[in-house]
Design a protein around this ligand. Sequence first.
Ligand code: MG
Length: 207
Amino acid sequence: MRDDAPPFDPQTVKGFLTPEEGAALTQAAREAGALGPIVEIGSWCGRSTLYLAAGARDAGALVFAIDHHRGSEEHQKGEEFHDAATWDRDAGQVDTLPLFRDAVRRGGAEDVVVAIVGRSSAIARVWRGDVGMVFIDGGHALASALDDWRGWERHVAPGGVLAIHDVIPDPAKGGRPPHEVYRKALASGLYEPKALIGTLAILTRSR
Ligand code: MG
């Protein structure tokens, strides 16, 4: 990006993260990036990826952005959060990868963001090495959310960060699976709650 260019606003990218939640992700990635890379599960069109990338850049860390780019349950055709712009007519499936790639380019973050296209649980099984931060914002069905928790929490370095999006404590106000993951993290005795910004929970790993 040119030095005199205005800073790119991630809010211009499709997504659900608020500016306040985004700023908290940037701050967390800036601190946790000193301990290892940042792993994002569920990038969709790249809004949150850009917030993470801003912090990772300051820390000299990379963001591994994991997504199968076929959309979560709620993004499918006929579902509440379907977006026609994500529909690949030839494939007859959602495909957010072109939009993601465009966002990372427009955000000037291609040097910091590494896209991994595939299922997070399969990648978790072969991943080696500690990470500074895991941000869980993948599928919101209970099985997907629990798979992401089980597969990835063990890779977080002591002192590192676990962030979870869409944590909604009141069952009347939204889906429960991300909140279930939050409860499991607390019950494990390994994670301390640090902040709840909007529906973004940030925890730190104690050991
Ligand atoms: Mg989310």
